[in-house]
Design a protein around this ligand. Structure first.
Ligand code: SF4
Length: 490
């Protein structure tokens, strides 16, 4: 922990004004770096050696506690903006089958881990985990506790759709051991809700938040999205006012990426109703101003938290990390992923399950782990993951500390990166001093751009494109315009 990490400054009025001025010139989009290498770099692992080796090393690491992610893919209705891996169905018979296969997967993983390992953090995501009926939820929790030991004082979170739960269901979640809930909201404006096919009155959401408070949940988190059809800074400001009345412990305000060629449901969104780039920027800037003025800590990228929330405390203490749920206080533990498309991070490997039910069920029917792809990190990946994590979580690189930990000469190992950082420094995104690199308040708003400097895979892509361009120019051909792969949300 460093003193500077404890005082990672929030974007102030000047930074927000500089951000507006720079937005047209610097593309702030890029990978979210919930993993490094990013998931688009994972490769097929047909003989499962990657997963088997990861679980063997994790077994040797016992009794270190684990983190766990469980994916429930089903939803009853489609939200047009959605980019999640989900299955739209009203047939609840499908979830009964899924639950039984989850049990098979847990048994295979637990068998390789050898003991009933302690789970200090768990997260059910989707899809809509509350698609499961009460008996199915009890069954999944019983299976988890049969194969793992979920600690009573750990962090156990579930994503819920406020349209699908009532007080009784919230009471069941508390009884099952969940102590954190994350609610999808997006926007309370009726016209926006109509346009995205997600009708969710404010009162319905408030009832769920009230129930969570009454039942003693430790943390309530709300998810919003800006850049949706019909949104303006003024209208979204009204939603923010309603959200502030609920006083969630954490808030995520995601940017909507309209990619109808990638996400089919987005084809039903009226493009002409999307806010223009300038308006979208106004929504973001006014939201950051308002939330920070109301006492929320800007954690980074799209995340805000109350000052006494664990995330804000961890950031003040320099302990914040990135994992697949975004910012986390428990990212140092091996994470097991269960269910379709779930990603695990185990013993220096990333492993991702099959994305379709057929492939997932097929593998488990053969008694195989349902792995689709993954990657084993090398020493360079570990180093760069640490650097990217430090930039995104704490806003500072302590160069002598990195050199000592990894046995490198930073300026030699990263001479090209330092040259690129020099250019970002001219734009005011970072400050480069002897022995340290600091992300400025302006840089926090474009931190993905700063992190991308250290992404070896993006650098190699760029070098290849430059080579191809030079070759094409020599041949007299027009260079091919390649859409940067980081324009996708990864
Ligand atoms: S946004 Fe959530 S509830 Fe809506 S379709 Fe996607 S996963 Fe399902």
């Amino acid at each position: 922990m460093t003193a500077s990490a404890m005082t990672f400054p929030a974007p102030d009025r000047r930074a927000l004004s500089d951000f507006r001025a720079l937005a047209g010139r610097i593309d702030g989009n890029g990978p979210r770096y919930t993993s490094y290498p990013t998931a688009d770099r994972f490769r097929n692992d047909p003989d499962l050696s990657l997963y088997h080796d990861a679980l063997a090393d994790c077994r040797a690491d016992a009794p270190a506690p684990l983190s766990l992610y469980l994916h429930i893919p089903f939803c009853e209705n489609i939200c047009y903006y959605c980019g999640c891996n989900k299955i739209i169905t009203r047939d609840h018979g499908r979830s009964a089958r899924y639950v039984s296969y989850l049990g098979r997967e847990m048994a295979l993983v637990a068998d390789r881990l050898g003991t009933r390992r302690e789970v200090i953090q768990s997260h059910w995501g989707g899809g809509t985990p509350t698609f499961l009926d009460p008996d199915e939820m009890r069954r999944v929790m019983a299976l988890l506790n049969e194969h793992f030991a979920l600690t009573a004082d750990g962090e156990h979170a579930i994503e819920i759709d406020p349209r699908r739960v009532d007080h009784a269901r919230m009471a069941l979640l508390a009884e099952l051991g969940f102590n954190r809930v994350s609610l999808g909201v997006q926007d309370f404006d009726a016209e926006v809700q109509q346009a995205i096919h997600r009708i969710q009155p404010f009162e319905e959401t408030r009832a769920v938040v009230d129930a969570a408070r009454a039942l003693g949940f430790r943390s309530v988190s709300l998810d919003l999205i800006y850049g949706l059809p019909h949104q303006t800074a003024a209208r979204f400001g009204h939603t923010i006012g309603q959200v502030l009345a609920l006083r969630p412990d954490r808030l995520s305000v995601y940017s909507y990426a309209h990619l109808p060629h990638v996400f089919k449901p987005q084809r039903r969104i009226d493009e002409s109703a999307l806010p223009p780039a300038g308006e979208k920027l106004d929504i973001l800037v006014s939201t950051i101003e308002r939330l920070t003025a109301e006492g929320y800590v800007y954690i980074g990228m799209d995340h805000f938290a109350l000052p006494d929330d664990d995330l804000a405390v961890a950031q003040r203490e320099g302990r914040l990390q990135r994992n697949f749920q975004g910012y986390s206080t428990h990212a140092g533990y091996d994470q097991v992923g269960l269910g379709i498309s779930a990603i695990g991070a185990i013993a220096g490997r990333y492993v991702q399950n099959a994305r379709t039910l057929d492939a997932y069920y097929g593998a488990l029917d053969q008694g195989r782990l349902p792995l689709a792809r993954g990657v084993a990190m090398n020493a360079d990946d570990h180093l760069r993951r640490e650097i990217i994590g430090d930039l995104m979580c704490n806003g500072i690189l302590d160069l002598p500390a990195i050199e000592a930990r990894h046995g490198i000469d930073f300026s030699r190992a990263f001479s090209a990166e330092l040259a690129d950082l020099g250019r970002l420094s001219e734009d005011g995104l970072v400050q480069c001093e002897p022995g340290r690199i600091t992300v400025t308040p302006l840089g926090r708003l474009l931190v993905r751009r700063v992190a991308m400097v250290f992404d070896r895979y993006l650098r190699e892509d760029a070098a290849r494109r430059a080579d191809n361009g030079a070759q094409a120019a020599n041949d007299g051909a027009q260079p091919i315009r390649i859409v940067p792969r980081y324009s996708r949300v990864v």
